[in-house]
Design a protein around this ligand. Structure first.
Ligand code: KIV
Ligand code: ZN
Length: 536
């Protein structure tokens, strides 16, 4: 049986740092759906949010603590700046969890001290033990992060970490906040911490890193070799700017190359005991869910979860793979849960078969969600005749999206062609229950639809991303549309799937507009943990 120090703890921050990426904002129900999926994936810790950001964020963390943070489930963590009010709110929010953690942080690099915090090193050295100690009054499990550690003076960092551990921090996390370090440097930093922080054995060393130079995963793997035992990562690598280290890449590197990494954890190279607790077969499904709910598409060539990651297009490769899979494949698609796209249901399949298949795919829907999804399934089955697992996932992900339907699409109709002016008519139900119809001409059918919708909704915005891809192969495939739009510097995303891509396009746009409209109605603007000094 491995102990925490000889295995790798996976700390998922999709719902906190991941959600900080522009446009990835999720509502409480969507966060809960993702948290459930992370628990099925087997992550050890879920960083569920920053409760001080807003009342909504507080409630989302609390709900996750209550529903997902059950006995035997993951530890539920909440972020707090090194400020009493933040820590208090984090402590309250994680209270319902069987195992809860407060993660408090303050910057330690001179550049952050001078320009962001306007504090001296001495100030920081006094704040850290006081705030870690305050965190301990809520939970035994307190993590401390010196923000921008990778650009901090190592000697000062050692002092801060020693003070944090002496005050009771059980995990010390070393962030490369701006994605600046390189693998060799980061490994050396972790080694330096192990060698120079006298009480380091009383805490787990964790790493956190951003991908500005595309090095986050490589940096983490080097950190593991030098003593890091917790990795802070996100699904699909989403996060601030270029994102965070990607969970699926870290986990699969440690899985595929475990013979290489085993000795760094004091194991026999041939040991087959997994290095993490992750159920790798849940990776693909979790990736799709996060991508659909956040509106952050996964690039086709993305390692592990991109659509091309297991596709062997070139004739030479196909020939090799057919002769012996190992010629060009280092892992099996089934190891990440990318099953053969089986045809499972048809238009005569009943509710029972539908619910059964969804359960096998790992979806637990409540009655209302099941009814909605079943109706959509019938619609799709009528058009498509056969419905595969991938179609089912698209239907369910679409139906369980929890964007409040403030505007509802009642009708969309287009006329277009090579000698026609693309024209669209839409009817929307407004938040007041009124039905409004309008029409517009555009450069193409989607443009015409969006212009017609704009005439009804009347909220200025700029479309910054529109992408459409097919869920499965074949001419009758469902299309998935993801869009991102900007309104006053904030980005909102929308996603929809349908056998008709014009309908999917209209619904994706309405979904993003509903997020935008909902945000405009909210009085309280969420507080960003890292860029705003904020209220004390
Ligand atoms: O990138 C960072 O430094 C962070 C901290 C809050 C841990 O996200
Ligand atoms: Zn971060």
């Amino acid at each position: 049986m491995s102990t925490e120090k000889d295995r790798i703890i996976i700390f998922d921050t999709t719902l906190r740092d991941g959600e900080q990426s522009p446009g990835a904002t999720l509502n409480a129900d969507e966060k809960l759906t993702i948290a459930r999926s992370l628990a099925r994936l087997g992550v050890d810790v879920i960083e569920a949010g920053f409760p001080r950001a807003s009342q909504g964020d507080f409630q989302a963390v609390q709900q996750i603590a209550e529903v997902v943070g059950i006995e035997g489930g993951p530890t539920i963590c909440a972020l707090a700046r090194a400020m009493k009010e933040d820590i208090k709110q984090a402590g309250e929010a994680i209270k319902p969890a069987a195992s809860g953690r407060i993660h408090t942080f303050i910057a330690t690099s001179d550049i952050h001290l001078e320009y962001k915090l306007k504090k001296s090193r001495k100030d920081v050295l006094a704040i850290v033990p006081e705030m870690v100690g305050y965190g301990k009054t809520f939970t035994e499990n307190v993590e401390f992060s010196p923000e921008d550690a990778a650009r901090s003076d190592p000697e000062f960092l050692y002092e801060v970490l020693e003070a944090a551990i002496a005050a009771g921090a059980t995990t010390v996390n070393i962030p490369d906040t701006v994605g600046y370090t390189t693998p060799y440097e980061f490994g050396a930093l972790i080694r330096g911490i192990k060698e120079n922080v006298p009480n380091i054995d009383n805490a787990i060393i964790s790493v956190h890193g951003h991908n500005d130079l595309g090095l986050a995963v490589a940096n983490f793997l080097e950190a593991v070799k030098n003593g890091a035992r917790q990795l802070e990562c996100t699904i699909n690598g989403i996060g601030e700017r270029a994102g965070n280290a990607a969970l699926e890449e870290l986990v699969m590197a440690l899985y595929v190359r475990r013979q290489y990494y085993n000795p760094f954890l004091g194991r026999d190279p041939e040991s087959i005991e997994p290095l993490t607790n992750i159920d790798t077969t849940q990776i693909y499904k979790t990736s799709r869910l996060v991508s659909n709910l956040t509106g952050m598409s996964v690039q086709p060539n993305k390692a592990i979860v991109g659509v091309n990651a297991f596709a062997h297009e070139s004739g030479i490769h196909q020939d090799g793979v057919l002769k012996n899979r190992l010629t060009y494949e280092i892992m099996d698609a089934s190891s990440i849960g990318l099953s053969k796209n089986e045809i499972v249901l048809g238009k005569h399949s009943g509710r029972h078969a539908f619910r059964d298949r969804l359960q096998k795919l790992g979806y637990e829907l409540n009655e209302t969600e099941l009814n909605k999804a079943f109706l959509r399934f019938k619609e799709v089955a009528d058009k498509k005749k056969v419905v595969s697992d991938l179609d089912l996932e698209a239907i369910v992900n679409d139906e369980i999206q929890q964007v409040p339907e403030l505007f509802h699409l009642e009708l969309v109709q287009v006329s277009c062609g090579d000698n026609a002016r693309p024209t669209a008519t839409v009817t929307l139900r407004t938040p007041d229950g009124e039905e409004l119809t309008d029409a517009a001409i555009g450069t193409g059918p989607v443009d015409a639809v969006y212009k017609a919708i704009n005439r009804v909704v009347n909220i200025p915005n700029e479309l910054i991303e529109y992408s459409v891809k097919s869920v499965t192969e074949g001419i009758d495939a469902m299309g998935e549309v993801t869009i991102r739009l900007r309104h006053q510097m904030r980005v909102y995303s929308g996603h929809a799937a349908n056998t008709d891509i014009i309908v999917a396009s209209a619904r994706a746009y309405i979904s993003a507009l509903n997020r935008l409209y909902g945000a405009l109605q909210q009085e309280e603007k969420p507080l960003h943990p890292q860029t705003v000094a904020g209220k004390q």
